[in-house]
Design a protein around this ligand. Sequence first.
Ligand code: FES
Length: 110
Amino acid sequence: MRELVVPKITFVQADGSQSELEVSRGHQSVMEFALENGVGGIDADCGGSAVCGTCHCFMTDPDMFGAIEPNEEAMLGLRPDRENNSRLSCQLSLSDVSADTTITLPEFQM
Ligand code: FES
């Protein structure tokens, strides 16, 4: 019998502090999951509409998630701290997390 392995997301704050959370399956975004679990460093001022950029994060495994849509690309383009692995956590489906991964949050959102 195969053992069910639940993936974990480690959220790393700009000051180096970390929270490791087991992914609970659902249809929520990574942003919603983080907020529901009290993870700091994500403001999510627009509530997930990809128009504020305050849920910006840096992915260790950017290929785990779907492609960047034009509206997300436009918002990321306004972030001065954008990197090649930048995403908006409100546009990432928690159901895409298939293995343990790490998400780092920018200093701007501390
Ligand atoms: S919550 Fe506003 S862009 Fe993600």
